[in-house]
Design a protein around this ligand. Structure first.
Ligand code: ASP
Length: 326
């Protein structure tokens, strides 16, 4: 008997229909995306690797995902996992924000079965689309006995940790990488191999907090940045600001002054880096300004973590500890 999985469709390129097979770039223009059931039927994968229960959820571009969608998606995963015959859940997602959805789910889900996110760089109807292969690989990981509970990103025959994975190219196949960290496993044909023991992230946040995530903005450093964006975020009642700074995690002097003002106004500031990998140094200077070092997650993931910490009512010290122990 085939193992049973649920496939949740959210839309994205993996569900997108272009004008013809050569429409690889502007297929969003058609606004045509299949729901989960139609996608499974079109790929003709039902009953081949697994017994798939399609679950229609959204048919949107992932740039349109909101924290409300995340809350609904997390609730849906929990409901589905109540079915003890289910081996895993696969989520088809747009690649634009896939890493953010994977990260947020990894922070709120504590299920007994794996949750796998996948997407594709070429539309379902495109020449040499990666949609079929990515969906098949994701299903293989969902049903593999070696896959423990947790949230994983499976794309381009690689298994990635939501903490490290990021989209590194606007268009190419193989755009998803874990810079300076590598995949945690591979899918080679029918075989699923983990390089390292699949880690379960402890549940740290209640799912309900996704419904009340406070405003947290990201300020992106560049030569000559004058802190105006930071002042605007404070004026817009941001409860937190993530500074996507230069190299080791540093903003311009003018931005640093604006960040210090934000801290004095009660905003929690996390210093991150725009480089895309590596630990942000917890400098004595930042400590003296009340700015928290953002660990080794990218700014968009730091934003999510900070917002959840704020929703949970954590103190400045608690939040510093959360980022320190990443
Ligand atoms: N526009 C797409 C999205 O929904 C991009 C993709 O899926 O590759 O994110």
């Amino acid at each position: 008997m085939l193992a049973k999985i649920a496939f949740i469709g959210t839309g994205g390129t993996i569900a997108s229909i272009g004008t013809d097979q050569f429409d690889l770039l502007d297929y969003n223009a058609s606004q045509q995306r299949l729901d989960a059931a139609a996608l499974i039927e079109r790929i003709a994968i039902q009953g081949t690797i697994a017994d798939i229960s399609p679950v229609n959820f959204r048919q949107i571009d992932s740039t349109a995902i909101t924290s409300g969608d995340w809350a609904d998606l997390a609730d849906l995963c929990c409901q589905l996992a109540d079915d003890s015959s289910l081996c895993g859940i696969v989520i088809g997602h747009g690649t634009a924000s896939l890493e953010e959805t994977a990260w947020v789910l990894s922070l709120v889900l504590d299920l007994k079965i794996p949750v796998i996110l996948t997407g594709s760089m070429r539309p379902l109807t495109g020449i040499s689309t990666d949609a079929h292969a990515n969906l098949a690989a994701a299903i293989r990981v969902a049903i593999a006995p070696t896959t423990g509970p947790g949230v994983f990103v499976v794309i381009n025959d690689e298994i990635h940790d939501p903490k490290t994975v990021t989209k590194t190219h606007t268009l190419r196949l193989g755009a998803f990488q874990s810079p300076w960290a590598a995949p945690i496993g591979y899918v080679d044909g029918t075989e699923v191999r983990f390089r390292q023991v699949s880690k379960r992230r402890n549940e740290t946040f209640a799912r309900d907090l996704l419904r009340e995530m406070p405003r947290v903005d990201i300020s992106y450093s560049h030569v000559g940045a004058d802190g105006c964006a930071i002042q605007s975020f404070v004026a817009a009642s941001a409860k937190g600001i993530v500074s996507a700074g230069f190299g080791p995690g540093m903003a311009t002097p003018a931005e640093t002054a604006a960040l210090h003002d934000a801290v004095n106004a009660g905003v929690i500031v996390v210093q991150s880096s725009r480089t895309g990998a590596g630990l942000v140094v917890d400098t004595a200077h930042h400590q003296s300004l009340g700015i928290i070092a953002g660990g080794d997650i990218n700014p968009q993931k730091a934003r999510i973590l900070l917002s959840l910490c704020l929703a949970a009512g954590y103190s400045h010290g608690d939040i510093a500890e959360v980022f320190h122990s990443l």
